[in-house]
Design a protein around this ligand. Structure first.
Ligand SMILES: *[C@@H]1O[C@H](CO)[C@@H](O)[C@H](O)[C@H]1NC(C)=O
Ligand SMILES: *[C@@H]1O[C@H](CO)[C@@H](O)[C@H](O)[C@H]1NC(C)=O
Ligand SMILES: *[C@@H]1O[C@H](CO)[C@@H](O)[C@H](O)[C@H]1NC(C)=O
Length: 396
């Protein structure tokens, strides 16, 4: 049902949503049904950005948000992050060359011809059972019939109001229809009740039809079964910035032995509103309203950082899909292997701090590895190198 519905709306140019009077902050809307799309920007390669009136964004149509008041900016506005800590990325997106979204609107990347609704929530949570043992494990998770998910990540358990990290940006090779991502998971709940909020970068040919490194978010409230999705492909995430669009590519990525690009991603619960804000380079992008969640309505009970790939075994052997830079941490550190720096949590007193009692999960160390970086703590905070090439003589 939901899948069909989302596809249908993808081709609606003029979207009309009525916003009830008095429900929106700082603005009195009438019951009149207005055009929701204020401006359309044509980008390269058939990419289109629609600037929606912020008060008429499709997410507000979610059944749990019928009385929602938009929070324009978080109440904790950037604190605990030094601005010189934010990363080397110049935060521009390709579409900025072709126009900008006016104030009071939000940029939504239109679902293109490659949009495949079956991928709406094709995602998976790392198995907590391995994680709980806090040891390296060789086991794999079989999701549908043939897709194997592999991880190289760290995590902490406790009570948190979020997490952040500066993540190195790369463009890993991915085999057809597979994906490679580097992200932060903030989660609560077990088994069918797993609630997550996820943010990071991914390369996902099956979803976008290309190999670009893109900014993405994800959420679920029932262990990826019937709720949640990537980006704005379903209703829920309330977008607030007019500058940054979800699902768009980064204009700069790192090169082997060359310039390194990185960016700070964060997920943080606003104590006054209860909403989970997503920030990129210190810019509040928008938030997941607290009302969407069951388990995450209070604190997160785990925060995780690292890489994930899927292996479709299409060539009858392990995939060559790369994680991170495509190089194992054992091949060398900076400029060789991908990294996470300034890995931090927001604890239950809402203080930003280093993760403690860190667990490590590497599902297949012959293919993708992870190594804590103890050498650069003074300059880079808590960090690690991760990733790998996939298929090689030890990884068949
Ligand atoms: C919003 O929901 C109403 C009824 O629930 C539906 O008729 C309408 O098409 C929806 N609009 C969007 C943009 O999804
Ligand atoms: C919205 O407000 C109306 C009227 O107060 C109430 O009946 C309804 O349950 C509310 N909806 C949600 C999702 O809270
Ligand atoms: C981002 O996408 C645009 C348009 O498709 C492309 O021209 C550009 O090279 C991409 N950027 C990177 C870093 O690959």
């Amino acid at each position: 049902m939901m899948l069909k519905f989302t596809k249908l709306t993808s081709w609606i140019f003029i979207l009309t949503i009525s916003v009830k009077e008095g429900l929106v902050e700082g603005k009195t809307t009438t019951k009149a049904v207005n055009k929701a799309i204020i401006k359309t920007i044509k980008v390269e390669k058939e990419e289109i950005i629609d600037c929606y009136d912020i008060y008429k964004q499709p997410s507000l149509n979610h059944s749990l948000l019928s009385n929602h008041t938009i929070q324009i900016r978080p109440s904790f506005f950037p604190e605990g992050t030094k601005s010189d800590n934010l990363g080397t990325l110049r935060l521009t997106q390709t579409w900025h060359k072709y126009g900008s979204c006016p104030e009071g609107t939000i940029p939504i990347r239109r679902k293109g011809k490659n949009y495949n609704p079956t991928l709406l929530r094709k995602h998976h949570y790392p198995r907590l059972s391995h994680y709980n043992t806090l040891v390296t494990s060789q086991s794999k998770d079989i999701i549908d019939d043939y897709m194997v998910h592999e991880y190289a990540m760290i995590g902490v358990q406790g009570n948190f109001f979020g997490g952040q990290a500066k993540i190195n940006l790369w463009k890993p090779f991915t085999e057809t229809n597979e994906m490679s991502l580097s992200q932060i998971w903030v989660a609560a709940g077990e088994y069918k009740d797993v609630n997550t909020i996820e943010v990071g970068w991914h390369v996902y040919h099956g979803m976008y039809g290309d190999d670009q490194t893109r900014f993405f978010i994800y959420w679920t409230t029932d262990n990826y079964l019937s709720s949640g999705c990537y980006n704005l492909l379903c209703h829920g995430f309330v977008h607030t910035t007019s500058d940054i669009s979800l699902g768009c590519n980064f204009t700069e990525v790192s090169t082997f032995n060359g310039d390194q690009k990185d960016a700070t991603f964060s997920i943080r619960k606003d104590q006054s509103s209860g909403h989970w804000w997503v920030q990129l380079q210190g810019i509040p992008i928008g938030y997941y309203p607290g009302d969407l969640f069951t388990e995450l309505s209070k604190t997160a009970t785990s925060v995780q950082w690292g890489g994930e790939i899927v292996d479709g075994k299409s060539k009858g052997r392990h995939t060559s899909t790369q994680m991170g830079s495509g190089h194992l941490p054992s091949e060398g550190g900076l400029k060789t292997s991908s990294y996470f720096n300034w890995v931090q949590v927001f604890d239950e007193n809402n203080r930003i701090k280093d993760p403690e009692n860190v667990g490590k999960e590497v599902t297949n160390p012959n293919c993708y590895g992870l190594k804590i970086d103890n050498d650069h703590y003074a300059t880079n905070g808590y960090g690690f190198y991760y990733g790998g090439p996939g298929y090689n003589f030890k990884c068949q």
